[in-house]
Ligand binder design. Structure first.
Ligand code: NAI
Length: 257
């Protein structure tokens, strides 16, 4: 069996992914704020390093796959800390453990929101690895417009671009480690529960996130793709963000390929 480290394993997409893998007899080490194998806070440098270290230790030093789901959708600076740095820095910390696997893979959850308007300065600060600057820029955006700002979309644009930049490098592709992302549309999880509970919330969501194919999706639709991306069978996907979103990408981007 293979050993998977899954962040955000206490809820939603991460939880369902962990359940399916365990049912198949795989070993899963869940990471989340609480209620899983490794309790850790991915919003801080120390939390990421400690959680990655503990997960690698529980895995006995060799990790076959990392699936990074932990994320937030609040329009506040902490979303930058978890959605971008909580994925990028956590994954980097597990590179040595992935390097010991015979078929190492990593997949993370971006979003169709990566296609929505972003703050270029904020995206650039994240990609430069400047967390202090990124948090400060996000703080200004949140202050200027607490109800509606590009913090979430910027965090997802940055993580999709990070995957694309890192996948061909010596550390990842050159070391035989496949790195990709998945971009969902509106997934029915605790994250979207309140929004989808009211008629008005649903109408607003569907205006921003048009899903012509089958409308809102269950977490398992994303889980199965994450599982394939991190399987032994995936030998050649590199740096992709795969839109599994009921067609949002085709509506928003049209011919832009
Ligand atoms: P969820 O809220 O059900 O699960 C997210 C998990 O991340 C929670 O268990 C939470 O405790 C954990 N988490 C949050 N902050 C953390 C921190 N500082 N340290 C450790 N763990 C932390 O949400 P869901 O829907 O399962 O989301 C998973 C991923 O999918 C997120 O990255 C989200 O942005 C992304 N996504 C979700 C969509 C949706 O419609 N639900 C759409 C597109 C992307």
């Amino acid at each position: 069996s293979r050993t998977y480290v899954i962040t955000g394993a206490a809820s939603g997409i991460g939880k369902v992914t962990a359940e399916i893998l365990r049912e198949r007899g795989e070993t899963v080490i869940g990471v989340d704020l609480k209620g899983v194998d490794v309790a850790g806070d991915l919003s801080s440098h120390e939390g990421r390093r400690a959680a990655a270290g503990e997960a690698a230790q529980l895995a006995g030093g060799t990790v076959d796959a990392v699936i990074a789901c932990a994320g937030l959708s609040v329009m506040k600076p902490v979303t930058v800390a978890v959605n971008f740095f909580g994925m990028a820095e956590f994954l980097e910390a597990l590179l040595p453990a992935l390097g010991r696997s015979e078929a190492p893979r990593a997949a993370l959850v971006s979003s169709m929101a990566s296609l929505q308007p972003v703050s270029t300065a904020l995206v650039d600060a994240m990609l430069a690895g400047d967390e202090e600057q990124a948090l400060s820029l996000a703080g200004s955006l949140a202050e200027a417009s607490p109800e509606s700002n590009p913090i979430y979309s910027s965090s997802k644009r940055a993580i999709s671009r990070w995957v694309r930049r890192e996948a061909p490098t010596a550390a990842w592709g050159g070391a035989g480690i496949s790195l990709n992302a998945v971009a969902p549309g509106t997934v029915v999880t605790p994250m979207t529960k309140d929004l989808l509970a009211s008629e008005q919330g649903r109408a607003m969501t569907d205006a921003y996130v048009p899903m012509p194919l089958n409308s809102h999706q269950g977490a398992e639709s994303i889980a199965h793709l994450l599982i394939w991306l991190t399987s032994v069978e995936n030998t050649h996907c590199a740096g992709q963000t795969i839109y599994c979103d009921g067609g949002v990408d085709t509506v928003l981007r049209g011919d832009d390929v």
